[in-house]
Design a protein around this ligand. Structure first.
Ligand SMILES: O=C(O)c1ccccc1NCC(=O)[C@H](O)[C@H](O)COP(=O)(O)O
Length: 211
């Protein structure tokens, strides 16, 4: 039976954008806690976004080389379902919070993908993102999808530079069962565009149906 494609809209900073994403059918929303991000949210703002969501929409907190203490502090204030790590966090670091986690990997070589899937075997998923020097994520850049091994096994998520214009080709080429988008559905950094979110989600569902 064809699986329902999983869609996460990342870099949400406003409750109304989270509500919109959920209404259009997003499975999860991402909240960036990285201090240097243009999409950074503070814990009270994140808690307000989470409380605006309807049931059964997942909440994912993003961190970059954050201290365990700070992450624990945020977890005490914001009900996050999943943690997503975008820095140099080791598997031991990621699993200490006893929550499902995702590990982002910035893909430059085919080996990067297989190594991440092996090293983070207990992750809920490995998020495959673009490599941009000096950036940890949310760049709006694609990586070379042809680097992905054919019939790649495991729980991986296609990310990096996806948007309503390229999502159909991305799914046809990679066969991804889960996708993550931020810049490609924005009107400005941290401000999501309802039309782009609706278009992206509709095209995802259509394209996945054809696989
Ligand atoms: O969004 C940020 O500013 C950010 C900063 C540092 C680490 C991660 C960040 N965001 C991650 C994402 O939003 C996405 O999960 C992913 O990187 C894809 O982003 P995009 O290419 O903009 O769709």
């Amino acid at each position: 039976m064809q699986q329902h494609i999983r869609i996460k809209i990342c870099g949400i900073t406003r409750p109304e954008d989270a509500v919109c994403a959920a209404r259009f059918g997003a499975d999860a929303v991402g909240l960036v806690f990285y201090h240097a991000s243009k999409r950074r949210v503070l814990p009270p703002q994140a808690a307000e976004i989470v409380s605006a969501l309807p049931p059964f929409v997942g909440t994912v907190g993003l961190f970059v080389n954050e201290s365990a203490e700070r992450i624990g502090d945020i977890l005490a204030q914001v009900p996050l379902d999943v943690l997503q790590f975008h820095g140099d966090e080791t598997p031991e670091f990621c699993r200490q919070f006893r929550r499902p986690y995702l590990k982002a990997v910035r893909v430059r070589h085919a080996d990067d993908v297989c190594r991440a899937l092996r090293d983070y075997a207990d992750a809920r998923g490995v998020l495959l993102d673009a490599h941009v020097a000096g950036e940890y994520g949310g760049t709006g850049q694609c990586f070379d999808w042809s680097l992905l091994p054919q019939d790649l096994a495991g729980n991986w998520i296609l990310s990096g530079g996806l948007n309503p214009h390229n999502i159909t080709a991305a799914l046809a080429q990679t066969g991804a069962a889960a996708v993550d988008v931020s810049s490609g559905v924005e009107a400005a950094a941290g401000i999501k565009c309802p039309h782009k979110m609706a278009d992206f989600i509709a095209r995802c569902r259509q394209a996945h149906h054809r696989l």
